[in-house]
Design a protein around this ligand. Sequence first.
Ligand SMILES: NC(=O)c1ccc[n+]([C@@H]2O[C@H](COP(=O)([O-])OP(=O)(O)OC[C@H]3O[C@@H](n4cnc5c(N)ncnc54)[C@H](O)[C@@H]3O)[C@@H](O)[C@H]2O)c1
Length: 338
Amino acid sequence: MSEVGVLVVGVGRAGMVHARNFAAGVPGAHLVGVSDPNEEARQRAADELGCVAFADFETAVLDERVDAVVIASPTFTHASLAIRALEARKSVLSEKPLASSLEEAAAIAAAVNNSGAVFMIGFMRRFDLGFRRAAQLIEAGDIGEPLLVRSTTRGPGLPPSWAWDVERSGGLVAEVNSHDLDTVRWMTGQEYLTVTAVGRAAKRPDLAEQHPGFVDTLVVQCELDGGALAHIDGACPATYAYDARVEVYGSEGVVFAGSPVEGPLLVRKGQAHRDPVPGWAHLFAAAYRNEDAHFAAACRGEAVPIPGITDGIRALEAAVAINRSLREGRTVVVKELR
Ligand SMILES: NC(=O)c1ccc[n+]([C@@H]2O[C@H](COP(=O)([O-])OP(=O)(O)OC[C@H]3O[C@@H](n4cnc5c(N)ncnc54)[C@H](O)[C@@H]3O)[C@@H](O)[C@H]2O)c1
């Protein structure tokens, strides 16, 4: 393959990050077009980026200029779009979470196997230099055996309204904490055994009235299969900043990555100041560029497509188990979902 021709499906918040990356120049790839049922969104994106605006996904995915598809549409559309792209033998980078249900996830996995095409899941923290360095230090044995992980994500605002519906989108757990669910597995090399969750609609009880099971504040305790424990928490709208952090405590030391503040520290007249991180697209801009470059390299056979389908499934299993734990008020053994 000379250059990978990319189609971005869904040009909302996440889709525009990927589309702008591919339009600006990802090595070995170029943006062919965008597809979105919202005419205004797709035309605005195509005008800005100088690419084709496909009204119809089926036409777009069969277009011979398209080799690879980036799926950044609402979660409940991921499975049908990914399966259709894989049937057409196109490589797929799907935004997290993998799907709305484990049944959909299994259908995507079957399509990945049948097609032999490249599949990656969009856990871009794996391409962030700080998070990656922490994982490398753990891998090198610098903290000894990982014993306890604390992973936090708080968004300054609420996600789009479609994500408030727990049934269709997985709610806060899948929308905000999917990254933590992946980070814990990635940093420890261990899988989830049990999860025990409590949540509240602390800031937006009105949304819980409209969407049963909606929570905006969440704590999860996890037991992992190698003996480690994990604590995951999530909240939005946090308002103060975008806040993504992980701490891994081991038998020989501890490693920290992430912060809600960035840039230089200013101290004057008895006050200290650093800028808050404004949002995920800002904090992880370089990680998204690295992720898109890695996907392009994988499509060209020059890199391994990791994180892949299994990473997507394992994180989704944990998310489904956490939502069950919230609903039923009990510890859930993750294996009972399989
Ligand atoms: N990696 C991350 O940190 C990150 C951040 C934000 C969102 N996401 C994920 O990206 C996905 C999109 O989230 P968002 O916040 O960008 O949503 P959004 O609502 O901002 O945008 C979604 C876009 O998809 C379009 N769309 C709706 N149905 C479609 C369909 N059937 N086919 C194609 N396009 C369709 C909508 O018109 C809209 O333009 C979600 O799965 C979300 O979890 C990931």
